[in-house]
Design a protein around this ligand. Structure first.
Ligand code: ADP
Ligand code: MG
Length: 368
């Protein structure tokens, strides 16, 4: 990014930001923010720092407080406690329309009675921009999102994907430093969603806006984000990069929410006994890190690096390039194994007695 210098870094002081990567200045900061509705705690002790230019996603199940966090940031909701800073300054007294951020709402929220062009002009009018410059900007952004031909249509005359493009364009057109997205792809079907993920990624790379995105879709979060905040019941469960969250989840909740997780928590199952196992932790092994083999024909014989238990195949599902096995281990635990179809691999069927193996280094411990 351009324009970063020592002065920028001094805005919030060196030690004030929470969880932010060290080398970029903080753009947005939640300090111990709580929001209560009567007796319902929608958000509790929410502390988070988002770096300039970062793409941060708030991920969690329905009702976990994601939209509340975003609406607090946008200024449509006031915190019960705590403070929110944007660019180092508290925004508690700043109304939404003066917070200088572009927003894409879940349902796009385009003005239905205005053409695409007028929808795009709206944020510029709000900022008092002259007519000529408005027209230039609208043309430029329409071209960028490949909608130049559709400027005179009404929103109802556009497909879902096109409406979504207009909503993104409208959020970007005023060049505000912060972009907020609430379930931006929630209303699109699968193919379109993947296409729009690529589109959003491209726009983020090009415009480098500090972006806070809210979603319940793990794939969307993993694909788009620099970092992900996993929410549970109004509280932060874990914050990390997509890779770290998937590979080293701290809790069973995170392991299950991001991808599939085999949890081995029965007494008697020998799991990585040489590793230091926290007293309350359970073992996690991802389905793609497990191997299935004939009972008397181990696939990996290096006993020092691998472990094995016996089991019976309950089901096998063939899905193009991959096979998915459901196996009941001898201690009664049901686990999933995913493997890529390859020549030379044995195929097992329901009822087969098998050996399930994994590398000790692929075992993770998570708190229940
Ligand atoms: P998410 O976006 O993760 O689905 P929300 O932030 O919308 O979750 O909601 C978090 C919790 O706060 C939920 O229990 C929800 O019912 C409650 N909540 C949100 N907004 C209000 C409101 N305006 N009045 C009362 N309760 C609310
Ligand atoms: Mg929501």
């Amino acid at each position: 990014m351009d324009g970063r210098n020592v002065t920028d870094l001094d805005v919030t002081g060196p030690d004030e930001s929470v969880n932010a990567p060290r080398d970029t200045p903080t753009q947005i900061e939640f300090r111990n923010v709580s929001k209560r509705y009567g007796t319902v705690s929608a958000l509790a002790n929410f502390s988070l720092a988002v770096s300039r230019g970062e793409f941060l996603t708030i991920l969690g199940p329905s009702g976990s407080g994601k939209t509340t966090a975003l609406m607090l940031l946008a200024g449509f909701v006031q915190p019960s406690d705590g403070d929110i800073l944007i660019g180092g300054r508290s925004v508690s007294a700043v109304p939404p329309y003066r917070r200088d951020q572009g927003i894409v709402f879940q349902n796009y929220a385009l003005f239905p009675h205005l053409t695409v062009r007028r929808n795009l002009q709206f944020p510029l009018e709000m900022r008092g921009m002259a007519l000529v410059e408005r027209a230039v900007r609208v043309d430029r952004i329409l071209e960028r999102v490949q909608l130049s031909e559709l400027g005179d249509r009404m929103p109802s005359q556009l497909s879902g994907g096109q409406q979504q493009r207009v909503a993104l364009a409208r959020a970007l057109i005023a060049d505000a430093p912060v972009l907020l997205l609430d379930e931006p792809l929630g209303a699109l079907d699968r193919n379109l969603r993947e296409q729009m993920q690529t589109e959003i990624k491209g726009l983020h790379k090009e415009f480098a806006k500090t972006t806070v995105c809210v979603t319940h879709d793990q794939e969307e979060a993993l694909t788009l984000s620099d970092r992900i905040v996993v929410m549970r019941d109004g509280q932060i469960e874990q914050i990390d990069t997509p890779e770290a969250l998937y590979d080293r989840p701290a809790t069973k909740f995170v392991a299950n929410f991001l991808g599939e997780a085999n949890i081995l928590d029965r007494p008697g199952t020998i799991v990585a006994s040489d590793l230091i196992r926290p007293p309350t932790a359970v073992a996690l092994i991802r389905p793609e890190r497990m191997f299935i083999a004939a009972k008397r024909r181990p696939r990996r014989l290096e006993a020092d690096i691998s472990q094995a238990v016996s089991g019976v195949v309950i089901d096998m599902v063939y899905a193009g390039p991959r096979r998915k096995y459901l196996v009941r281990l001898e201690d009664g635990a049901d686990i999933i194994i995913r493997e890529h179809v390859a020549s030379g691999l044995d195929v097992f069927h329901s009822g087969d007695e098998v050996r399930v193996e994994w590398l000790r280094t692929d075992v993770r411990f998570v708190t229940p």
